[in-house]
Design a protein around this ligand. Structure first.
Ligand SMILES: [Zn+2]
Length: 270
């Protein structure tokens, strides 16, 4: 009987350790949280992990602030990196990919209310339209933020915008000159819309982030910061020659322990 209990406990411990990577070594470096949509997934969504509920997002931002994390804008990180003045000990970047309307209707208000800052990578050709790069049978089309919303968020001083290309392609599958155009043209058009420099870029799907021909296009376009979709933290000071900045994809199913492990270990799972 006792052996059975011990066996059950051992199995439970093994299951817990397989699901949560608490046993990993703590990793120093920059944590860049990667969100997509704040809200409830519509019926028909097969990509539910891209959706984080407003309640959960609020809890996560509150956790950061309550635990001494300082949320930075792209330009604040860039300034600290370039000037070598150093970052706050617990610096974190909250980023959103794609530029959904719910970043304005939900996330921005939560950030404002709690006193945190965030950054949004927008797909220029879909501003005020829909996420038409998704197959609607797996992920329904929803509204993207309009130009007015983006400008209002930027003017608030707590949101900074970066580029996520013109049309959200797999950059690695394009001819290098077409990939370079997606990165260059989206920077140019976004800067014209915002009347401000756009210093940051995120590779859709992370595709091309480690392909020299694609990354050369990002750097030639004039981005100072480029972000991959690779899970992890980036050791500081960032060595840009080694590759783009890593990120921590926050899934809709993640709980508080996942967030703690992301921030401390650079991963919450195997
Ligand atoms: Zn994307």
């Amino acid at each position: 009987m006792h052996i059975l209990i011990v066996l059950v406990l051992l199995l439970a411990a093994a299951g817990f350790s397989a699901r949560w990577a608490w046993w990993r070594k703590k990793t120093p470096g920059l944590a860049v949280l990667c969100y997509h949509k704040i809200g409830t997934p519509p019926s028909g969504s097969k990509l539910k992990d891209l959706w984080v509920s407003p309640e959960k997002f609020r809890r996560q931002v509150k956790y950061l602030l309550d635990n001494g994390y300082k949320t930075l804008l792209f330009s604040e990180f860039l300034h600290a990196w370039k000037s070598g003045t150093g970052l706050p000990e617990k610096a974190v970047l909250i980023t959103f990919d794609d530029g959904y309307e719910n970043n304005y209707t939900a996330a921005w208000h939560i950030l404002k209310e709690l006193g945190a800052k965030g950054n949004i990578f927008v797909v220029f050709n879909t501003i005020g339209k829909a996420n038409i790069w998704h197959n609607p049978s797996s992920e329904p089309w929803i509204n993207m933020a309009t130009a007015e919303m983006l400008l209002e968020m930027k003017e608030s001083g707590i949101i900074e915008l970066g580029s996520h290309t013109m049309s959200h392609p797999h950059l690695g599958a394009l001819e290098p000159e077409n990939a370079a155009w997606e990165m260059r043209e989206s920077k140019r058009q976004l800067e014209a819309l915002l009347s401000a420099e756009v210093c940051a870029f995120a590779y859709p799907y992370g595709d091309g982030a480690y392909l020299p021909a694609v990354r050369a296009g990002a750097l030639a376009a004039g981005y100072s910061l480029d972000f991959s979709f690779t899970q992890g933290k980036t050791s500081l000071p960032w060595d840009r020659q080694k590759g783009p900045l890593d990120r921590l994809f926050i899934k809709g199913t993640d709980n508080n322990l996942d967030l703690v492990l992301h921030l401390s270990r650079g991963a919450s799972r195997l």
